[in-house]
Design a protein around this ligand. Structure first.
Ligand SMILES: Nc1ncnc2c1ncn2[C@@H]1O[C@H](COP(=O)(O)OP(=O)(O)OP(=O)(O)O)[C@@H](O)[C@H]1O
Ligand SMILES: [Mg+2]
Length: 461
């Protein structure tokens, strides 16, 4: 007969509970304990204070806990429901339904913590994944199995861009793809909006959503990212699908980790973040990889405190990304949406193997043109466009047309803008930019390129 080993609560503070085990076996790190008299109270073991004592974090409300309460182990870390039944559903990290559609049905429970595959399968064929968003497809193309980060300060359009990508790619290959949306530390209103949007566009049945919104405890927010990874692993390994993994916002995961570290009285590193930031970021990202020929494509929003791309939390994410799309406050203020900073954005997939040679050429040539125009812009702002040489003026004007052509209406913003969204194939995007560079639109005024879809809209006007 199995003997259930019990511990005892020795102290309780606002968020942290210390327990003592007088006999072996003592609980392991990350194991979940409950009160013997109330299994709804959940504690996660965070660190040992001495050989027999452990600091635990409340995963549920811990106000009812008293000194001397007996605790028992649940036998492992937190587990989350997985199964085909969680497609079309919204749940939190405790497997509770958040969509008002009744209890979550599931196939099995998967631990939220897991090891990464011992070897990362290289998915040989890094297929270009068209988003229909001109500026993304041309300058920071996504590939299946790749990781893309959307960086930006507050309110510059990270969520909009993420959801537009989701909207445009989610139905690409319904036989082989499923999507997971992981909401970490953002507004719960946005979660509801997304749910309704997915429902209205009839794609909800291919998405599973896991949320830990901003009002939740740091432990909940922190664990939500791991739970999302477990759901992705289930669909990849047990269900044999390619997974599109969306997360808004991975910065909030870093932040929750930092709050936990402070609660545990750990000394932060010099930059103010937890000393474990790198390993925490690794333990999520190293699980979001291919296995047995099935890929995980990750699209992550990353908030930049004070618009600072060098923020240490943002920097730890860079290493895992193939593409980085940087949103600019200047572009946002000027109303050029999506407010992507083309010069700062980049993708490893922008090479002649992943995209067509023409695409590669047009992207690199136009990017250099945009860089040159940035220098000319300074001269123009000092002395005016008329002081440029004829050649420079032509280049300058073409660059501005390309920049304007990269603006685009979004489907997911149509309620706000009152304009319908557009999907532009990458071939049309490339063709349009090439024609602008070749001078075929030199006589069309630059404002005609604003917020259009394909370049054909100009020809037909
Ligand atoms: N591409 C776009 N088209 C139309 N409107 C946009 C676009 N991008 C952003 N906006 C406008 O800017 C607002 C803020 O955008 P969004 O919520 O995506 O920013 P965010 O970077 O996610 O902000 P936060 O840091 O608060 O999460 C939107 O509500 C919308 O009004
Ligand atoms: Mg947002």
């Amino acid at each position: 007969m199995e003997v259930i080993n019990k511990g005892k609560v020795v102290s309780v503070t606002e968020a942290v509970v210390e327990v003592e085990y007088l006999t072996e076996p003592t609980p392991k790190l990350r194991e979940v304990l409950t009160l013997e008299r109330d299994p709804s109270v959940k504690l996660q073991v965070m660190k040992s204070s001495d050989k027999a004592r452990f600091y635990c974090l409340g995963l549920s409300k811990i106000t009812s806990i008293r000194r001397g309460d007996a605790v028992v182990s649940t036998g492992g870390p937190l587990k989350i429901p997985v199964g085909v039944e969680i497609l079309g559903r919204v749940m939190n990290v405790f497997g509770e339904a958040k969509d008002g559609m009744g209890d979550i049905k599931y196939d099995k429970l998967a631990p939220v913590f897991n090891d990464s595959p011992s070897y990362a399968d290289t998915v040989a064929d890094l297929k270009f994944l068209e988003t229909g968003i001109k500026i993304v497809d041309l300058y920071a193309p996504l590939v299946q199995g790749g990781k893309v980060g959307l960086f930006g300060g507050s309110g510059v359009g990270k969520t909009m861009l993420l959801t537009e990508i989701l909207h445009n790619v989610i139905n690409k290959d319904p036989q082989n793809n499923v999507s997971v949306f992981c909401g970490v530390g953002e507004r719960s209103r946005e979660g509801h909006e997304l749910f309704n949007e997915l429902k209205d566009t009839n794609v909800l049945s291919s998405v599973s959503l896991v949320f830990g919104a901003m009002g939740e405890s740091p432990a909940t927010r922190f664990l939500t990212a791991f739970a999302g990874a477990s759901v992705a692993e289930y669909f990849r390994d047990d269900y044999g699908k390619n997974v599109l993994f969306f997360v808004d916002n991975i910065f909030r995961f870093a932040q929750a980790g930092s709050e936990l570290s402070l609660l545990m009285n750990n000394i932060p590193s010099e930059d103010g973040y937890q000393a474990t930031l790198n390993s925490e970021m690794a333990s999520v990202h190293e699980r979001l990889v291919a296995k047995n020929g099935k890929s995980v494509t990750a699209i992550e929003a990353i908030y930049l405190p004070e618009d600072d791309l060098f923020d240490p939390a943002a920097q730890t994410v860079f290493g895992y990304l193939d593409s980085s799309i940087v949103l600019s406050r200047d572009a946002y203020r000027e109303g050029r949406l999506p407010a992507v900073d083309i010069i700062q954005s980049d993708s490893d997939a922008l090479n002649p193997h992943n995209v067509t040679p023409k695409h590669y050429y047009v992207a690199t040539a136009s990017k250099s043109l945009l860089k040159k125009a940035e220098l000319l812009e300074r001269i123009v702002s000092l002395v005016g466009e008329s002081e440029l040489s004829d050649e420079d003026r032509t280049l300058y004007q073409r660059a501005r047309k390309i920049r304007n052509y990269m603006t685009q209406n979004f489907y997911v913003a149509s309620i706000q803008t009152g304009r319908l969204g557009t999907y532009v194939t990458v071939d049309k995007t490339v063709e349009g930019v090439k024609n602008i560079m070749d001078g075929n639109y030199d006589d069309v005024p630059e404002d005609k390129f604003m917020n259009i879809g394909s370049i054909d809209e100009i020809n037909s006007k």
